[in-house]
Ligand binder design. Structure first.
Ligand SMILES: [Zn+2]
Ligand SMILES: [Zn+2]
Length: 369
């Protein structure tokens, strides 16, 4: 046996002994407990309070999908961090799970802004209200939105009232004050000419606090009306969230000069392919729905054109549909975008973190997950 062969044989035997020992130890309860203790401590100590630092405007994409199911994307949700608080624009199904998994600072949720009341934008509102309260939110939750917000908030409050009572009975009112569980609906009325088209103009200040200004503006998602987008301005930095809309002049006007535009995007090419396939398979229902949804969203190319027109620095595509499960489909989704906007555009994903430091013009992109 050569020296090399002997060395390899000894190394292999050593590894086998080590693996067997590790396997045996993993079955010892005391070893399991020690490992679990370390994991639990790491998770409990991992809350992302750093995102609340007042030195920057920050955004986390907590849901970049649309109602066509995508295992990698929750439905509509964008978290904005400014002035020591967290704000959510839309609370689509799956968004609470993302917020919880990433240990975002739930007790610091100051308000929710709803763009409109399609289910993919509101489905987790009850869950987010209950869970952020259970984690220690110290105030009632303000929920801003177009007319109709009272109905939506009232319905979720009714559905979750029994669970509130269970938790108060279980943990005590001192730990979970019922008053802080309350959601306060705030109707935002946009100043627009009566009867004017949604994209003809119109905006309203939603709130001003701790250096943050939030503005709502009308977009076109007919027959859903009114539907809003939101602009966040903080310490000279700005982020605009389109909501669901077709290409829209008011959106371009409101996004003028913003640092980041987070814009919904739906591939007309891919939706058309689904429509045609459904027709061939005799599924008239899916074919009709696909044909309808083509009319009230924006294509990636049109979102790029709007970003150019508004002069924004970075366009982030979100509310992605149809699903983009792999690089090949993502490439198809982005087809034609580079021709319109060669730079300053990215395809958003769940967990994407944008950091806009105050007093600078940089936009850092990274990930929270
Ligand atoms: Zn919608
Ligand atoms: Zn939507």
């Amino acid at each position: 046996m050569s020296r090399l062969t002997k060395g390899l044989a000894l190394g292999g035997a050593g590894f086998a002994i080590f693996a067997a020992l590790a396997w045996w130890m993993a079955h010892v309860p005391a070893v399991q407990d020690a490992l679990l203790r370390r994991v639990v401590e790491r998770i409990l100590g991992a809350t992302r309070n750093d995102l609340l630092s007042d030195d920057a405007l920050r955004v986390v994409l907590c849901g970049t999908g649309n109602p066509l199911p995508d295992p990698n994307r929750a439905d509509a949700c964008t978290a904005v961090f400014a002035g020591g608080s967290m704000y959510l624009v839309d609370t689509g199904p799956g968004s609470w799970k993302n917020l919880a998994l990433w240990r975002l600072p739930a007790p610091k949720l100051a308000a929710v802004m709803l763009t409109h009341y399609h289910s993919d934008h509101i489905g987790d509102l009850g869950e987010i209200n209950l869970q952020t309260w259970a984690q220690g939110r110290a105030n009632p939750l303000r929920v801003f939105g177009p007319p109709g917000v009272e109905l939506v908030v009232g319905g979720f409050a009714q559905a979750y009232a029994l669970d509130r009572d269970y938790r108060v009975a279980h943990h005590g009112a001192a730990l979970m004050p019922p008053a802080n569980w309350t959601m306060e609906p705030h109707v935002v009325t946009v100043d627009a000419k009566p009867g004017a088209a949604p994209c003809a103009g119109g905006s309203a200040t939603v709130l001003e606090e701790n250096g943050l200004k939030v503005t709502a503006f009308t977009v076109n998602h007919a027959p859903v009306a009114p539907a809003y987008g939101y602009r966040f301005d903080y310490k000279g930095r700005s982020v605009v969230i389109s909501g669901d809309t077709t290409k829209c002049a008011n959106l371009v006007a409101q996004a003028r000069g913003a640092d980041v535009l987070i814009h919904e995007a739906q591939s007309a090419t891919m939706v058309k392919l689904i429509e045609e396939a459904a027709s061939r398979l005799g599924n008239a229902r899916v074919a009709k729905i696909m044909s309808d949804i083509l009319r009230y969203h924006t294509t990636p190319e049109d979102a790029a054109a709007e970003a150019n027109e508004a002069g924004v620095r970075l366009l982030v595509l979100s509310h992605i549909g149809p699903p983009t499960p792999n690089a090949f489909v993502r490439m198809s989704f982005m087809r034609g975008v580079a021709a319109v906007r060669p730079r300053g555009v990215v395809l958003g994903y769940d967990g994407m973190l944008l950091t806009l430091p105050a007093g600078s013009d940089t936009i850092d992109t990274s990930s929270v997950n």
